[in-house]
Write a protein that binds this ligand. Structure first.
Ligand code: HEC
Length: 152
């Protein structure tokens, strides 16, 4: 019993030591950001496919738009300080310019909300404009906060 309590104390101490930016595994945070960004990219690809009428699944547009809203809603959590380790294209400017970065997140959230609202109207011209606007929000953040790497 005493051993368990001691172990629990040791754990508490080690957790305290890495605070306040406490996350256990920078590589895990990096991977989570990249896989979640792939989900963002996945919804975008599906939305563009529907817009181009490459699929008969146009009824799914709202699901992808709302998925984008949900992902934009958690997007600020994808960038814990210190997660720029290993194979990443993120730039430290994310943490050096927090106001600008927060604005890029907000642009993404507003644009995805705009798409969700346009999708509800069923007006495909409005959807097209909203998708263009959403694309601008990706581009804005990628251009300012992501390294320009040649595609391998
Ligand atoms: C607020 C900033 C921001 C916004 C907005 C944003 N991204 Fe990203 N995205 C990043 C960063 C930073 C990376 C690089 C992640 C890394 O390598 O650590 C990235 C990486 C990616 C990747 C590559 C993931 C991988 O490693 O395989 C894809 C795909 C992607 N973004 C798609 C999108 C799309 C599509 C949108 C818009 C609908 C978007 N992103 C909006 C910041 C953003």
């Amino acid at each position: 019993m005493k051993k368990i309590i001691l172990a629990a104390c040791a754990l508490a101490v080690s957790v305290t030591l890495v605070s306040p930016q406490a996350f256990a595994d920078p590589a895990g945070e990096l991977k989570y950001r990249q896989t979640t960004m792939k989900s963002v990219g996945g919804h975008m690809g599906s939305i563009v496919g529907i817009l181009k009428q490459n699929t008969t699944n146009s009824a799914n547009l709202q699901v992808h738009a709302d998925g984008m809203v949900a992902l934009a809603g958690i997007s600020a959590s994808l960038f814990p300080k210190g997660s720029n380790v290993g194979e990443t294209t993120i730039l430290p400017v994310v943490w050096e310019k927090p106001t600008e970065f927060a604005a890029a997140i907000k642009q993404f959230q507003d644009a995805s909300m705009g798409l969700s609202m346009a999708a509800k109207t069923g007006d495909m011209a409005a959807v097209g404009a909203a998708v263009g606007n959403l694309g601008k929000s990706c581009k804005n953040c990628h251009e300012n906060f992501r390294e320009k790497k040649e595609k391998k």
